[in-house]
Design a protein around this ligand. Structure first.
Ligand code: PMT
Length: 261
């Protein structure tokens, strides 16, 4: 048995207890459920066990009045898939999500928010406890400067909405004195790599996942996505695939880069 163990063979049991012959001690087979659990544990990927990962996901909603607002087509799928993939490799995940219509990953701690300001506050509230921050949310860059308390009436032929800039959540996190490992997303319709590299440097990120949006096959609201994952000295192309499969590869790459940092 020790030879097998020295060759890397995992040996389960024996269990201790009353034997068929009446003696008590080591020699019993493990209970089948126990065997199943231990085999399952051997196959579990524990790359991020003990690590805390915060992910933002979905759109934000910037209210104009009690019934109308400015938002975008983010479904939350990409962010939720990343949350699930991180959970599968052992991470404790906090998911800060704007309004979506999809099921939340069951084992994530989910914080529901509406606006960019809400999302900023929720992230800043516990970012100091996180090891890795992944900003997938499509956060509104601007919000209406005023929100009407009653429904706006259509009396005028024209109306002007004055907007004010929202805080950049990812940049604020990356600028903390002790920032977590920061991963941004860049949704671009053109010059993907150039804009992504610009954001990587300007926002002081460790990694940026650039995705082509604007077409009908990848990006906002689609089941598939394609990513160019970029760091200061590496570019990895992840071709079009289902967001769940893509999320597993992304989490593996993020965990690798985090460990090497
Ligand atoms: O939700 P899905 O339908 O699955 O779609 C996924 C997605 C297309 C929304 C996602 O893959 C994606 O690309 N997310 C980033 C969208 C975006 O707004 O990118 P941006 O280039 O505007 O922002 C750059 C980065 O800064 C992002 O990480 C963003 O989360 C972050 N940011 C932006 C503005 C802001 N005020 N605060 C931020 O944290």
């Amino acid at each position: 048995m020790s030879t097998l163990a020295s060759r890397g063979v995992h040996i389960l049991g024996p269990d201790a207890g009353e034997q068929a012959c009446g003696e008590v001690g080591l020699g019993r087979m493990l209970q089948p459920a126990d065997i199943a659990a231990r085999v399952g544990a051997l196959f579990q990927n524990t790359t991020l066990t003990g690590k805390r990962v915060m992910i933002t996901a979905g759109p934000t909603w910037e209210a104009l009045d009690p019934v109308r607002g400015i938002t975008n087509h983010s479904s939350g799928m990409m962010g939720y898939a990343l949350a699930q993939a991180a959970i599968e490799v052992g991470a404790a995940v906090t998911l800060v999500t704007g309004p979506t219509h999809i099921d939340q990953p069951p084992r994530a701690k989910t914080v529901d928010v509406i606006s960019a300001l809400d999302m900023h506050a929720a992230v800043m509230n516990s970012i100091d406890q996180q090891d890795i921050f992944i900003a997938v949310a499509a956060v509104a860059d601007y919000r209406p400067i005023d929100t009407a308390s009653e429904k706006i009436k259509k009396n005028a032929e024209q109306m002007t909405i004055t907007m004010i800039k929202n805080p950049d959540i990812l940049a604020d996190v990356a600028n903390l004195q002790k920032p977590p490992f920061c991963v941004g997303f860049a949704a671009e319709t053109n010059d993907l790599l150039d804009y992504a590299r610009g954001k990587l440097e300007r926002k002081k990120l460790d990694l940026i996942a650039a995705n082509h949006v604007g077409g009908s096959e990848t990006g906002f609201g689609t089941p598939d996505n394609a990513i160019t994952l970029t760091s200061q000295n590496n570019v990895i192309e992840l071709p079009k695939q289902n967001k769940n499969a893509l999320a597993r590869t992304l989490i593996a790459e993020i965990a690798k880069a985090y460990t090497e940092k």
